[in-house]
Ligand binder design. Structure first.
Ligand code: 4NP
Length: 156
């Protein structure tokens, strides 16, 4: 059985597509299902933001083929781990989680870092390329920890 991880942000075009691509790059493909979704329905069917595509490419990751979708209640049942980018995403996902067991799967991704710098992956949508690069590095650090935790737990 593959281990299933879902990355969640608001639009599913800037942050969670990066988180999806970065985590995929750190784990063997055959053993994991890694996906992303947004809490909003603004961009359904769209490719990731060009700036996310570019910053991923700069670090050797291709996210250009991803397609935006909105999270559903059944996603929360299906996935084993659900990482959200900020506390607003957290509230929105918890609000549609069908039961207590599902709620416990939802984690704020930067809490994996154990720093005191705050837990929000800042939304870069209205920002510049530097903001996207900053987001990339935050997610890269968090995904390194997540990949090693999940991999040792499931011993694929
Ligand atoms: P994301 O960024 O949640 O990281 O995908 C956003 C993308 C689009 C919008 C907001 C945030 N929007 O308002 O359209």
């Amino acid at each position: 059985m593959p281990t299933k991880v879902l990355m969640v942000c608001l639009g599913n075009i800037c942050r969670s597509p990066l988180a999806e691509g970065i985590l995929q790059s750190k784990l063997p493909k055959k053993d994991y299902i890694i996906d992303s979704a947004g809490t909003a329905n603004y961009h359904i069917g769209a490719a990731p933001d060009k700036r996310s595509v570019l910053i991923a490419k700069k670090f050797g990751i291709d996210i250009s083929q991803q397609k935006c979708r909105q999270i559903t209640k059944s996603d929360i049942e299906y996935f084993d781990y659900i990482y959200v980018m900020d506390t607003s995403n957290y509230k929105n996902v918890i609000a549609i989680a069908p039961d207590e067991k599902s709620k416990q799967k939802v984690k704020v991704i930067l809490k994996e870092l154990h720093t005191t710098d705050g837990f929000e992956v800042p939304d870069p949508y209205y920002g510049e390329m530097e903001d996207f690069e900053h987001v990339f590095h935050l997610l890269d650090e968090a995904c390194t920890i997540i990949a090693s935790k999940i991999h040792s737990k499931h011993k694929h």
